[in-house]
Design a protein around this ligand. Structure first.
Ligand code: 13P
Length: 251
């Protein structure tokens, strides 16, 4: 059985005080008997503190939003995977479209980040997604296949099992426009088939594939009911405890 996961990507939002308040509220209200894994992804500065706060709930994990493609050294302002691991994190989000677009991260950069992260025994949430133009030009399937192939498919089948995929169509992120359930399921099924082809059925069956892009309490249940949608990577709605918990409770 693969894992259901709801991850909140806070991006560059919330001060220290409001972050800790949000975590307190989530931990207090969360139902303890859920099987869903919950991942909180705060800014680096609060990662250690939040990891410590979450350590008593085995279903709640923490993720960094990024890591350096370099291992260590003279790279002012960068944060390495080793540093993240030393702050009690569990995951690193790699390849978010905002990193690809605004910070010009290439698939090769992302492959290096994946390697650095796995070398520290951290897990990876690997993001992929197409622009509206690519979808309109009907190259979205090829594009996603290329992102996965170049970013991940150098890994062997043991290492690939440490990866969670997040499919986030760029045109749905922060826009209020969600991919339709059919569009999301179609792409998730396509992604799972690529994993079947490359790594075999057993591995492909176990990979959790999350949907991201304007996922909210009002649409989460329908999205999560799809065969190949194993949860969500939530932006805006993860900044409010009640909305985030309502999404978690959509399973
Ligand atoms: P929104 O949920 O705000 O659309 O953001 C999705 C996202 O980018 C999560 O990583």
């Amino acid at each position: 059985m693969r894992k259901n996961i709801v991850a909140g990507n806070w991006k560059m939002n919330l001060t220290r005080g409001s972050s800790l308040g949000l975590v307190d509220e989530i931990l207090e209200k969360i139902s303890k008997d859920k099987n869903t894994e919950i991942i909180l992804s705060p800014p680096f500065l609060y990662l250690y503190k939040i990891a410590k706060m979450c350590r008593f709930n085995k279903n709640v994990k923490v993720a960094a939003q990024n890591c350096s493609k370099e291992v260590k050294g003279a790279f002012t302002g960068e944060i390495s995977a080793e540093m993240i691991a030393s702050c009690a994190a569990d995951y690193v989000i790699i390849g978010h479209s905002e990193r690809r677009e605004y910070f010009l991260e290439s698939n090769d950069d992302l492959a290096a980040k994946v390697n650095n992260t796995l070398a520290e025994n951290l897990k990876v949430i690997f993001c992929c997604g197409e622009s509206l133009k690519q979808r309109e030009n009907e190259i979205h399937f090829d594009w996603i296949k290329q992102q996965l192939t170049q970013g991940l498919f150098h890994l062997d089948s043991t290492k690939i099992s440490e990866i969670v995929i997040a499919y986030e169509p760029i045109w749905a992120i922060g826009t209020g426009v969600t991919a339709s359930t059919e569009q999301a399921q179609e792409m998730h099924n396509f992604i799972r088939n690529i994993f079947y082809e490359k790594y075999g059925n057993e591995v492909g069956e176990k990979i959790s594939i999350l949907y991201g892009g304007s996922c909210k309490p009002t649409n989460a249940k329908e999205l999560f009911s799809q065969k190949d949608i194993d949860g969500g990577l939530i932006g805006g709605a993860s900044l409010n405890a009640d909305d985030f918990l309502a999404i978690i409770n959509s399973f």
